[in-house]
Design a protein around this ligand. Structure first.
Ligand code: ADP
Ligand code: MG
Length: 321
């Protein structure tokens, strides 16, 4: 049975491609890193716990991908260029086949975005993964939750509800077998890093949709001191989610299931026509689904039948679920 330091040496030491701003990576008491002068360092942490965020028999390669993807999604949401990651992992046993697969998933996504694994911690215990990612952004160009203004257009990237529908299928709640394209959205989300970088030209306000559209738009409204008006008919849906909503009239899948990791952002009124003209050249398709209104009106959603939904369903809350 390999020990802690064998695992570190075999699986973490040369896990990712080198970066010139890593002066000293895995192996010493600290990593030594050289952030660029004049830029801000953005830092974000997310934890995935077995039994809460994934089932204990999860495919380890998918988990390695997802652990990094959800963290990179937070950098994407603020228009940050990813650079470094630290991985704190707790393992029930020194299962090398499991760890090798986990690191295959982790490293291929890290290499795709030029992220270097620079340190971490390895302990024994119930399976959980905590990742910290760091990246760089120019002070005046970051995207923030508190920057939406009345009359801004509200946009989302990609499609919403795919991961939520996959989860329901996986849990056997629906009378339908898993659909591979939806399952891939749940297991291996694509962080919208490139889109986040492109958006810095047009907007100041974004969030990633990790808790559900209603909840995450709610965070933006609360932080920005504004309300929002949405048209549900405009929300971009994949074919399976559209068919599900048409058959059930259950809007909770696109409105309140998390885990899609798309970006929600607002474009100021003055920028909207320029933005619309350039939208086709963005890394990910984007759709305008409503607009920001004055505070006090909350989030109002116009249903396709013309009725008004006053309060969108809340997203996932770990302490209330
Ligand atoms: P210390 O006991 O001084 O905190 P450790 O023995 O925990 O150091 O770790 C030794 C080296 O291995 C450190 O550089 C640490 O950052 C790195 N390391 C440990 N676990 C991981 C991991 N899961 N991923 C990346 N690096 C790790
Ligand atoms: Mg340690």
């Amino acid at each position: 049975m390999p020990g802690e330091f064998d695992l570190i040496h075999r699986y973490f030491e040369a896990a990712t491609a080198a970066r010139t701003d890593v002066v000293l990576g895995v192996g010493d008491d600290c990593a030594l890193l050289r952030p660029p002068a004049e830029r801000l360092l953005a830092v974000s942490t997310d934890t995935l716990v077995s039994g809460h965020h994934f089932s204990p028999d999860v495919n380890p390669e998918a988990l390695g991908h997802k652990a990094l993807a959800v963290n990179l999604s937070d950098l994407a949401a603020m228009g940050v260029e990813p650079a470094w990651a630290s991985l704190a992992i707790t393992l029930p046993s020194a299962d090398e086949a499991w760890l090798a697969a986990f690191m295959r998933g982790f490293s291929s996504l890290a290499d795709a975005f030029g992220v270097a694994l620079v340190g971490g911690d390895t302990t024994a215990g119930p399976l959980s993964v905590t990742l910290t990612v760091q990246g760089f952004v120019d002070a005046v160009r970051s995207l923030r939750r508190d920057a939406a203004c009345p009359d801004d257009g509200i946009y989302v990237s990609g499609t919403l509800g795919d991961a939520g529908l996959a989860l329901r299928m996986q849990q056997g709640v629906l009378d339908s077998p898993p659909v591979p394209e939806l399952q891939a959205r749940l297991d291996r989300p694509t962080p919208r890093v490139q889109l986040g970088l492109q958006l810095r030209e047009f907007c100041r306000c974004a969030i990633d949709v990790s808790d559900g559209l209603g909840a995450d738009l709610g965070h933006v409204c609360e932080r920005s001191g504004v309300g929002a008006r949405l048209e549900l008919a405009k929300i971009p849906l994949s074919n399976p989610v559209r068919a599900y909503v048409q058959a059930t009239a259950d809007w909770s899948v696109p409105l309140s299931s998390g885990d899609d990791y798309e970006l929600l952002f607002t474009v100021p009124a003055a920028q909207r026509s320029v933005f619309a003209g350039l939208a086709a050249g963005l890394a990910t398709p984007v759709t305008c689904i409503g607009e920001v209104v004055e505070a006090g009106q909350g989030i109002q959603a116009l249903a396709p039948d013309g009725s008004l939904i006053e309060e969108l369903e809340k997203g996932y809350d770990h302490f209330r679920a």
